[in-house]
Design a protein around this ligand. Structure first.
Ligand code: DX5
Length: 283
């Protein structure tokens, strides 16, 4: 164990946002207290969809101060690493499948001043990151085949999530384990206990924020009943009972005060609160 238990974080994807109001959407997310914002960058080659270039991200950078992460679902990430970092992305996620020289690419991201991260498509084994753990700050296990939001969660990824978590623990490094694709309350119940501590959500974010709020809300018998029910929902997913570090992380999140905020209209306009530095409370 690295000693520092990872807290559970929700990283909203801007994929379902109103693209005509991206700046306002990012401001609404920051107001709600999100930890960071994920930009799903797609090039129409690596995945059958086309989204944001670096200039679009740069146009919103000065409107908010939360960190940006660029999920590069692109064929040749090496060609544009500097452009996304210059646009204001603090974390750069490349796909192992698009990097013939992954070791060199991750080192380059660090040299450019960003946090290196690697994503694994569903068919890619966990072993693909076995020799680059020393270069990663985050590993993303895809729980859909990338390219579109609103897809169904692939539950057979849970053993791979647990395998990557075991690799991280064995390394003793503080590497985040992120999951992305079809994440909502029901699917987080499998992904979090399997070992994920960062949940990327687009279409499922609103519902997820609500459920996370229950386990982050402190005090009172009613609240403890809610927490027990949420733990039941989260704690016994396909990967078995909640791991001790998930329970501890949720406990820490529960113990903090919170601020209320409102997520932008295009994201389902749920009113919810970020609890201290960790989980989310239903406001
Ligand atoms: C890959 C994209 C999506 C997006 C989240 O297709 O990376 O997974 O972030 O979309 P939802 O949460 O709607 O699956």
């Amino acid at each position: 164990m690295t000693g520092e238990l990872p807290s559970i974080e929700i990283a909203p994807s801007v994929l379902p946002a109103d693209f005509a109001r991206l700046g306002e959407e990012c401001q609404a997310l920051e107001k709600a207290g999100v930890d960071r914002i994920q930009w799903d960058v797609m090039d129409g080659q690596f995945v059958p969809n086309l989204t944001f270039g670096p200039d679009v991200i740069a146009a919103t950078r000065d409107l908010v101060s939360v960190p940006f992460e660029a999920h590069l679902m692109v064929e040749t990430p090496d060609l544009m690493l500097d452009r996304y970092i210059d646009a204001g992305c603090q974390i750069v996620i490349v796909h192992a499948e698009a990097c013939p020289h992954l070791h060199r690419t991750l080192g380059r991201i660090r040299e450019l001043g960003a946090q290196p991260a690697v994503a694994l498509n569903p068919a890619t084994p966990a072993s693909a990151v076995a020799h680059v753990l020393d270069l990663c700050d985050l590993i993303l296990v895809m729980t859909v085949n990338p390219g579109f939001g609103g897809q169904s969660y692939i539950a057979t990824m849970e053993p791979k999530i647990a395998e990557v978590r075991a690799m991280i623990e064995a390394s003793g490094r503080p590497i985040d384990l992120e999951v992305d694709g079809g994440i909502g309350p029901a699917t987080a119940a499998g992904a979090a206990p399997a070992g994920a501590n960062v949940l990327v959500a687009g279409s499922g974010a609103t519902a997820l924020a609500g459920v996370a709020g229950l386990c982050a809300t402190g005090g009172g018998a009613a609240s403890s009943r809610r927490r027990a029910s949420v733990r039941g929902r989260w704690g016994h997913g396909a990967a078995g009972p909640m791991r001790s570090w998930q329970a501890a992380a949720m406990g820490r999140a529960r113990g903090r005060g919170g601020v209320s905020g409102c997520w932008g209209a295009s994201m389902g306009s749920v009113t919810w609160a970020r609890v201290g530095g960790g989980g989310w409370g239903a406001g």
